[in-house]
Write a protein that binds this ligand. Structure first.
Ligand code: SF4
Length: 188
């Protein structure tokens, strides 16, 4: 099997789908894996939405609308990001969420790990639930590990600031009161 160099989130999804498409990973089904990956992506969208709206608190319904997801789904991810210190929340009529950290302090690699590390990438990565008979001799296992390390290493180099600064298109899509950014980078 060819080992591809990681190029971003689709790579991770590709690996999960292709390498273990008919595996059950411990007690986690393929559907759970896909749901978790969606949560990771949604977490990134929510952080970007907050970053381009720094002067206001976003409500869950606004986030769901901006991120094209259900309010339940948005609320679940917001709750996790809040619990981990990425967001601050305020209740009440004027309530909502906003970033709790400066954008250069938000590591995209750390956010991905937060949501992706809950389940083993392959069944054999969880010694308690593994039932794969190849675990003692499988070479694929170490290649997957290396690929994952490379994947996260690339994302560790990216901050929320890298995703939003000068990104006019993103601002147009996510800013609730858009204003032309001065440092707009064409084609960003
Ligand atoms: S030992 Fe190999 S085949 Fe078995 S789950 Fe791990 S990576 Fe997949």
């Amino acid at each position: 099997m060819r080992i591809y160099r990681p190029q971003g989130p689709p790579y991770l999804i590709w690996l999960k789908e292709i390498l273990h498409s008919d595996h059950k990973i411990g007690t986690v089904t393929k559907e759970d894996v896909m749901r978790l990956t969606t949560r990771t992506n949604l977490a990134a969208r929510i952080l970007m939405a907050c970053a381009v709206n720094p002067d206001r608190r976003l409500r869950t319904a606004e986030i769901a609308d901006l991120c094209n997801c259900s309010t339940n789904h948005a609320a679940h991810v917001v709750q996790r990001l809040h619990a981990e210190g990425y967001l601050e929340a305020q209740r009440g009529r004027a309530g909502g969420i906003r970033l709790a950290r400066a954008v250069p302090q938000v590591s995209i690699g750390a956010v991905f790990r937060l949501f992706e590390s809950e389940i083993p990438f392959a069944e054999c990565f969880d010694a308690d639930t593994n039932s794969c008979p190849l675990v003692g001799t499988c070479r694929l296992r170490s290649y997957i590990r290396r690929a994952l390390e490379a994947f996260y290493h690339e994302l560790d180099l990216v901050t929320l600031d890298d995703l939003v600064r000068g990104n006019c298109g993103l601002t147009e899509l996510l800013a609730l009161h858009p204003a032309p950014p001065r440092d707009c980078v064409p084609g960003a």
